[in-house]
Design a protein around this ligand. Structure first.
Ligand code: SF4
Length: 456
């Protein structure tokens, strides 16, 4: 969006007003592919009967089905993969302004030794994918890449790294996004400073794997160093990161969270499972005992830690016993937030080749998903109830989407978009609240996942 705007395009969220429609797609799992295709077909109608002159498809679906998209959907004029963001301008019929805008360094020289090793074992190969042509992406944006915030003005995501070198057998992200590579340290800081000057108060660091940040640059504990520097940016109030890889959480990282009040005491560590035999087949390793020990270490190091995780149920070969072990683990670990995904085969993922005999039937996968969510619902209800009467800083987000009688906000325990909400039903002696401001609130009511608060 930033590059289009810099080249003179006016950005609109309304497809019916657009001359050029860009559909940014996902290809992580089949349901995401289907949703992406539906969006393309829906947008194609604007070209047939509306104002739109061009339809551009961007993102991960292009990495997976590049050759097929234009062939099968003739309304599509151009495709732009995850490694060729500069191509968006010519795809939209625009030219670079003079002097040329920086669209980021396109050639990445650094990589982790693991990446090179995994490449030799075929981790990034796309030979199985008909329709996927083109090179493995190596794009990374930098602080000079033009950017338009798609989030509310007070919060922003910063991508600190791209790609992934891990061998998880259910995942095709490495083939879609390429080898792990980090943005330069000073580039991330410069971008954060610029965002903070523009009014951003909360920064969420993302990447397919944030905890490897800097390894390819020769940095030790790169994420910890980054958090510490970001915590010194005066205008920022909250900094957090998502998607930590479990065995990459170091004492130094925990120290950086614990010692810097601006770094939210919040960790998102997708564990995927707790049965060691399932984790072994997922090529992730570890198991319930190791995880429980590291959760204990995390909670000891970071006071009042909010812990989020996610699991996959129904991975091929997951027995009833494996699943029950996972249920026991969830009861014991007492996560604050938890997501559960039902396994689905992905062409190109090693787990798709596990014998059909070992596949868990879809109805059983759904039963397990629901059961695990019910266990967590009870945990969440109890944890939320324990917060009644306590006070927190609240980032005001605006009137509630659910009812005009309430406003909504988040505490440091709530990452943007993924966690529950705090509804405000009592402004105290305030006449009005302003989206993006921080206020003090007291929790007055709790539900399964959401909270109700009054301003104090
Ligand atoms: S660490 Fe995450 S992105 Fe990387 S292969 Fe595993 S599941 Fe996929």
């Amino acid at each position: 969006m930033g590059m289009l705007a810099s080249a003179g395009a006016e950005i609109t969220p309304r497809a019916e007003d657009a001359d050029v429609i860009v559909v940014n797609t996902c290809s992580f799992i089949e349901s995401a592919q289907q949703e992406s295709v539906n969006a393309i077909l829906e947008m194609a109608q604007h070209k047939q009967s509306g104002r739109a002159q061009k339809l551009v498809v961007a993102g991960c679906l292009v990495e997976r089905f590049r050759g097929d998209i234009q062939k099968d959907i003739p309304e599509v004029d151009a495709v732009v993969g995850t490694g060729e963001l500069d191509g968006i301008l010519s795809a939209a019929g625009l030219t670079l302004p003079q002097p040329p805008i920086s669209a980021g360094p396109f050639t990445i020289l650094n990589s982790r030794p693991e990446g090179a090793r995994r490449e030799q074992t075929g981790r990034f190969a796309r030979d199985e994918w008909q329709g996927a042509v083109g090179d493995l992406p190596n794009y990374l944006y930098d602080e000079n890449t033009p950017r338009v915030l798609a989030t509310p003005s007070y919060t922003a995501y910063i991508k600190i790294a791209e790609g992934c070198d891990h061998p998880c057998t259910f995942c095709i992200i490495p083939q879609l996004r390429g080898k792990f590579r980090s943005r330069r340290f000073e580039s991330v800081i410069a971008e954060a400073e610029r965002l903070a000057r523009r009014g951003v108060k909360e920064i969420t660091l993302i990447g397919q794997d944030t905890t490897c940040y800097g390894e390819d640059l020769g940095l030790k504990d790169g994420l910890a160093l980054l958090l510490e520097r970001l915590a010194h940016i005066e205008e920022l109030r909250w900094v957090r990161f998502l998607y930590a890889y479990p065995n990459k959480i170091t004492g130094r990282l925990l120290e950086a969270i614990a010692a810097n009040p601006k770094v939210c005491s919040y960790m998102d560590v997708p564990l995927q499972h707790s049965s060691s035999s399932v984790l072994k087949r997922m090529k992730r390793g570890a198991g319930a005992d190791i995880f429980l020990r590291s959760i204990k270490t995390m909670r000891r190091a970071v006071a009042e830690l909010t812990l989020r995780t996610s699991f996959i149920v129904g991975f091929p070969g997951e027995s009833e016993d494996d699943f029950e072990q996972l249920c026991d683990f969830v009861r014991e670990a007492q996560f604050d937030w938890l997501g559960v995904f039902g396994y689905s085969d992905q062409e190109g993922a090693a787990s798709a080749h596990i014998s059909e005999r070992d596949k868990v039937p879809p109805a059983e996968i759904e039963r397990r998903r629901k059961k695990l969510m019910r266990i967590q619902q009870t945990i969440s209800r109890r944890k939320k109830k324990a917060l009644i009467g306590r006070q927190f800083d609240l980032l005001v987000e605006g009137p509630s989407e659910e009812t005009p009688l309430l406003w909504e906000g988040r505490t440091a325990m709530h990452a943007p978009e993924i966690d529950g909400k705090v509804f405000v039903n009592d402004f105290g002696d305030r006449e009005a609240l302003v989206p993006g401001e921080f206020v003090r609130c007291e929790i007055s009511e709790s539900h399964d996942y959401d909270l109700v608060a009054r301003i104090v």
